[in-house]
Write a protein that binds this ligand. Structure first.
Ligand code: ZN
Length: 337
């Protein structure tokens, strides 16, 4: 397949530019606050979404410690995520699975699914990964220690827990499934040579679910992935794999963000294709899915923010306004798909 090959190759290139990303980003001043591209008079009404609640949900995950498969904090956080979805009225399915990591470690995975309106045939899938990186392989110190994953892992889950809370207060017309995928971030570390099929080291939870959905024959109209949606200076460009599999979903989400006044944060320029859970959900499960991801196209040839896979990915990265704009956009799409 063309894209995975290209993407695997791009993954290799990430390693080469990681140092450049960190050094460039660390000497640049923070971006100015985003200005709205949409005049106030043309804006549509925003659904209720509480950014303080989303922030607290990120904080709570980080407080468990790194959520690395086969560890006690991971197990405790899984129980809490399932209980929290149930508390907001979702029917909860915890899908357990096993996968072999790049180093042979057998990972005990839990994909956690919260289902609203289980009877509805018209469904929307929202997802994020809840595990965190077991290494700080792009950091300069303590590279073998796990990271907090406040942004990479915590932010997407935090926003979706607040979406779940809002759906508990006021239900949507369509069925909604919120899936927290496990073992997304257990891919081969930077210090090891990459392999041609190295992209398959990543997204183990979503690969498992896409081939064994929590309900046989599961279908959804479309999916939206949230990944690294918490940084103050995040800009969400249109991600290449999403544009390949789900251009109509990308258009829908970015148009809505613009109508809500978030047009500068949701930028129409594309990124190269990347490997993330949306690739496997789109390709293996056949559910066209868009990724809202903080990918910095201004960093050549490609790259993520300076926090990425370092110990800097802690609560100091997380910004309520970014969480609010992402959560409000996603919830608006759910309420008016
Ligand atoms: Zn990651």
């Amino acid at each position: 397949m063309a894209v995975p090959g290209r993407v695997a190759e791009l993954r290799l290139r990430i390693a080469a530019v990681a140092v450049l990303v960190v050094s460039l980003a660390s000497c640049e001043p923070p971006a100015p606050p985003a200005q709205s591209a949409q005049p106030d008079s043309q804006r549509i009404a925003a659904p209720a979404f509480n950014a303080d609640s989303a922030y607290a949900y990120v904080e709570r995950q980080v407080a468990f410690g790194p959520r690395v498969p086969n560890t006690a904090p991971h197990a405790a956080c899984a129980d809490w995520l399932a209980a929290e979805l149930a508390r907001h009225g979702a029917e909860v399915t915890v899908q357990e699975g096993r996968a072999r990591a790049f180093d042979g470690t057998v990972l005990n995975m839990k994909n956690i699914v919260g289902t609203f309106h289980p009877e509805s045939r018209d469904r929307i899938l929202l997802f994020a990964h809840w595990d965190t990186r077991p290494f700080a392989d792009k950091d300069s110190t303590r590279t073998r220690e796990p990271i907090d994953g406040a942004n990479d892992g915590g932010s997407g889950v935090g926003v979706l827990l607040e979406v779940a809370r809002q759906l508990g207060v006021e239900s949507a017309d369509v069925g909604v499934d919120i899936v927290f995928f496990d073992a997304e971030d257990y891919g081969r570390p930077e210090w090891m040579p990459s392999t041609e099929n190295g992209y398959r080291d990543w997204c183990l939870g979503s690969q498992h679910w896409a081939q064994n959905p929590h309900r046989p024959g599961y279908r959804a109209r479309f999916g939206i992935l949230l990944d690294m949606v918490g940084a103050a200076d995040a800009v969400f460009h249109q991600e290449g794999t999403s544009l390949r599999f789900a251009p109509h979903v990308v258009r829908k989400v970015w148009k809505r963000a613009n109508e809500l006044g978030f047009g500068d944060r949701f930028n129409a320029s594309p990124t190269p294709p990347t490997i993330d859970d949306n690739f496997f959900v789109s390709d293996l499960a056949g559910i066209p899915s868009a990724n809202i991801v903080d990918y910095r196209i201004q960093v050549r040839p490609m790259g993520y923010g300076p926090f990425h896979h370092t110990h800097a990915d802690n609560m100091s990265v997380i910004d309520r306004e970014t969480l609010r704009q992402v959560g409000t956009t996603v919830l608006s799409v759910v309420r008016q798909p």
